[in-house]
Design a protein around this ligand. Structure first.
Ligand code: SF4
Ligand code: SF4
Length: 217
């Protein structure tokens, strides 16, 4: 009797799902890859190394991302910038940058650890390869071009969707980098690739001035 009631219970679930599908309600499956599911704003997909709007690379080769990565899949080596022709605004830039995507668990801790917002994530997730070496994403693949476009590993692939590579991951910081308590809980959305289209955070001077006015007011 117990077995029959379990079977009936299972059939009830199947029947409910069939009813939802036939009446055009929530679809259980989609016809992937002909149809793509809409991804949440904070979806963690393939990484990108960003540039500033003037073309300078954001990565300063500090290796904090590599230190924060729980899967130990990032390898970074910094190199001193040429003072006459710097690659990044810092003393150094990321001369070697590799992510082993076979190890990556897409946790986003590298993004959180980066002090310059150099490494961010996109919505691209079609990354299967037929050999291990293609799964090692190098600086050449990760770094965006000066025009803001991002290289795709397999641009001619049927599943290559450049729009997903251009879609921001919408990661959120709990506090401003300056640690000002007033910014706690404030969402700081930002686009991943391309020129900055969000309001810059206030400088320390502006923050000091604003807090002085608050106290006097
Ligand atoms: S997303 Fe997580 S696992 Fe992947 S490279 Fe970044 S820190 Fe490492
Ligand atoms: S991506 Fe960010 S954290 Fe990693 S080396 Fe470059 S600047 Fe440092």
């Amino acid at each position: 009797m117990g077995v029959i009631s379990e079977i009936l219970k299972g059939l009830r679930v199947t029947g409910r799902a069939m009813w939802r599908t036939n009446t055009g309600q929530e679809m259980v499956t989609i016809r992937y890859p002909d149809e793509m599911r809409h991804k949440p704003q904070r979806f963690h997909g393939r990484h990108v190394l960003n540039r500033y709007p003037d073309g300078m690379e954001k990565c300063i080769g500090c290796e904090l991302c590599a230190g924060a990565c729980p899967a130990q899949c990032i390898y970074v080596r910094g190199q001193d910038n040429d003072p006459e022709n710097p690659t990044s605004p810092g003393e150094r830039f990321g001369f070697v940058y590799e992510i082993n995507m076979l190890r990556c668990i897409f946790c986003g801790l590298c993004v959180e650890a980066c002090p310059t917002e150099a490494i961010t994530m996109t919505h691209l997730f079609e990354m299967s390869t037929t050999n291990r070496s293609d799964a090692i994403y190098t600086r050449e693949t990760l770094l965006m071009s000066p025009d803001g476009s991002v290289p795709h590993m397999f641009p001619d692939d049927r599943l290559a969707d450049m729009a997903e590579l251009d879609t921001a991951d919408g990661w959120v910081r709990a506090t401003a980098p300056s640690g000002v308590a007033a910014y706690e809980g404030v969402k700081m959305w930002q686009g991943t690739p391309g020129p900055a289209d969000w309001e810059p955070e206030p400088t320390q001077d502006e923050l000091d001035r604003a807090s002085g006015e608050d106290e006097s007011g």
